[in-house]
Design a protein around this ligand. Structure first.
Ligand SMILES: Nc1nc2c(ncn2[C@@H]2O[C@H](COP(=O)(O)OP(=O)(O)O)[C@@H](O)[C@H]2O)c(=O)[nH]1
Ligand SMILES: [Mg+2]
Length: 407
C-alpha cells in the first residue's frame, strides 16, 4: 500500500460528499491508503499553486512530519507548470485524478490490446501535462505504474514516436478483430461479470457471494488476480465471478478507449450483473450509460439489473422495465440468495445433465474426452459397461452422441 495525501479542491458547483467518496474508492482500487486528507474551497484554480500558497504551506508542513507519504493526489486536473511547482514545494510525487484513473487501468489491463490502449492514454496525457524532466517514471507504485514496456528514460520525442507506433498497432488489432471473434474454448467456465458505477457496491457484493461459496482452490485465483474468483453454485456448477473497475463519474472523454479495455473480460462473460446503487439519485442515468456502453462493446450476454443498497433506500423502483430486476443489499446480505438462485437458473439453461454409457474397454477413452469439458462426474461400474453422470454445456452434448444414454 502506498501512503497518499489526498488534496480535494471544492468548487462552487462541486458535490463534495460524492466526489470524495469516489476518490477514496479510486485510491483504494489503486492500492493506495489515504494517510492525510485536505480540502480547500476555491472559486477557480490558481495557475501556479492550484489551491493557494497559504494552504500549500500547511500541506508542506504536514508532509514534512509524515515522511512515509510519497504521493499527493489532487482532485482537479493539473498542468505542467502546476506539477513543477507542486513537486518542488511539496517534495512528493504529484498526481491528479486522471493519473490515478490511468493507474487503475494499468493495473487491470490484461490483454495486449488493453495494455496498448492504456499506455497510449498515459503517454498522451503525460505529454500534455508534464514537463520534460518529470516525464516518464515507470515503477510499481501509484503514479509510476504503466502497462507497457515504456523505457525508464523516455523523453517527449520518444514518447511521440511510441504513440505513433501504438496507434498503428491498435489499428491492426482492430482490423484483426473484425476477422476473428473470440472463440469459446471447451473448458471455459461460465463467467459472471459485475459491472456498474464505482461505489455501487460491486466489490462488496463480489466478496459476499464469493466468500460464502468459496472454492478450495480459490487461493490460486486470488493470487493471480483478486478480481476473479471461482465458486460452486447451489446447482452444483462451477462458475467464475469477475469484479470490474466500474464506471467513473465524469470520465474524461480521452480515457474512454482505455476504460473500455478494462471491461474486456466483461464483454466475454456469459452473464452480466449491472450493479446499481438504488440510493443514488442518478441511478437511472447510470443504468442507461452502463448498458449503452456494454452494447457498444458488443457484450451480448444476458444482463440482470441488481439494485443494491436496498437496506438504505425506501424508494420503490418500478418493475416496468423488460429486464429482470432484483433488490439486494450486499452489506446485510438481504436477497443475495434470491440473486444466486436467479444466477443458477441462467446457468442451468446453458447446461445439460447427461448420462453416458460406454463399454468397459472404452471407458478410458470416454473419460479422457470428458476431461476436456468437465472434471465433475459420477461413474457407475457394471459387468461390461460404465455409466457416467455429468453436466456439460449444452453445445457440447453433441460431442458425446456416440455414448449418450440419457439427456
Ligand atoms: N448501505 C449499504 N452500503 C453498501 C452496500 N453495498 C456496498 N455498500 C457501501 O458502498 C461503498 C462502495 O462499495 P464497493 O463495493 O467498494 O463499490 P464498488 O465501487 O462498486 O466496488 C462502500 O462504502 C460499501 O460499504 C449495501 O448494500 N448497503
Ligand atoms: Mg470495486
Amino acid at each position: 500500500m502506498d501512503k497518499i495525501a489526498l488534496i480535494y479542491v471544492q468548487f462552487p458547483d462541486s458535490s463534495p460528499e460524492i466526489e470524495l467518496k469516489e476518490l477514496e474508492e479510486l485510491i483504494r482500487t489503486a492500492q493506495g491508503e489515504i494517510a492525510l486528507s485536505f480540502s480547500q474551497k476555491r472559486n477557480s484554480i490558481d495557475p501556479v499553486s492550484v489551491i493557494g500558497f497559504g494552504k500549500l504551506e500547511e500541506i508542506k508542513a504536514a508532509l514534512e512530519i509524515n515522511e512515509d507519504i510519497g504521493v499527493a493526489i489532487f482532485s482537479c486536473n493539473l498542468s505542467s507548470t502546476q506539477r513543477t511547482y507542486l513537486k518542488k514545494t511539496l517534495n512528493v510525487d504529484i498526481l491528479d485524478k486522471i493519473d490515478l484513473i490511468l493507474n487503475i487501468f494499468a493495473l487491470r489491463a490484461s490483454s495486449a490490446e488493453g495494455k496498448k490502449q492504456v499506455e497510449l492514454a498515459q503517454l498522451t496525457y503525460n505529454l500534455a501535462t508534464r514537463p520534460e524532466g518529470d516525464f516518464s517514471r515507470q515503477g510499481a507504485g501509484i503514479g509510476t505504474r504503466g502497462p507497457g514496456e515504456t523505457k525508464l528514460e523516455m523523453n517527449k520525442r520518444l514518447a511521440r514516436k511510441r504513440i505513433h507506433f501504438l496507434k498503428q498497432e491498435l489499428e491492426k488489432i482492430e482490423k484483426q478483430r473484425q476477422l476473428t471473434r473470440k472463440k469459446r474454448t471447451a473448458n471455459d467456465m461460465f463467467t459472471i461479470a459485475l459491472v456498474g458505477y464505482t461505489n455501487a457496491g460491486k466489490s462488496t457484493l463480489f466478496n459476499r457471494i464469493t466468500s460464502e461459496n468459496v472454492y478450495a482452490d480459490n487461493l490460486l485465483f486470488a493470487t493471480l488476480d483478486a478480481t476473479v474468483r471461482k465458486c460452486v453454485l447451489d446447482c452444483g456448477i462451477e462458475v467464475l465471478f469477475i469484479d470490474t473497475v466500474g464506471f467513473i463519474r465524469d470520465l474524461p472523454h480521452t480515457l474512454v478507449n482505455a476504460f473500455k479495455s478494462t471491461l474486456e473480460e466483461a464483454t466475454n462473460a456469459d452473464l452480466l450483473l449491472n450493479v446499481c446503487d438504488i440510493s443514488d439519485e442518478h441511478v437511472e442515468e447510470h443504468i442507461a450509460v452502463t448498458e449503452q456502453l456494454l452494447a457498444e462493446l458488443n457484450a451480448s450476454a444476458p444482463l440482470i439489473r441488481v439494485y443494491n443498497k436496498c437496506d438504505v433506500s425506501d424508494i420503490s423502483v418500478s418493475n416496468s422495465c423488460a429486464n429482470k430486476v432484483l433488490f439486494v443489499s450486499a452489506k446485510t446480505g438481504q436477497n443475495v440468495d434470491v440473486l444466486l438462485d436467479t444466477i443458477s437458473q441462467f446457468v442451468l439453461q446453458k447446461y445439460a445433465k447427461i448420462t453416458l454409457k460406454a463399454p468397459l474397454f472404452e471407458s478410458g477413452i470416454l473419460l479422457g474426452k470428458l476431461h476436456n469439458y468437465t472434471n465433475k462426474y459420477d461413474i457407475e461400474y457394471f459387468d461390461d459397461y460404465v455409466l457416467v453422470h455429468t453436466t456439460v454445456r449444452k453445445e457440447y452434448v453433441t460431442q458425446f452422441t456416440k455414448y449418450l444414454y440419457f439427456c
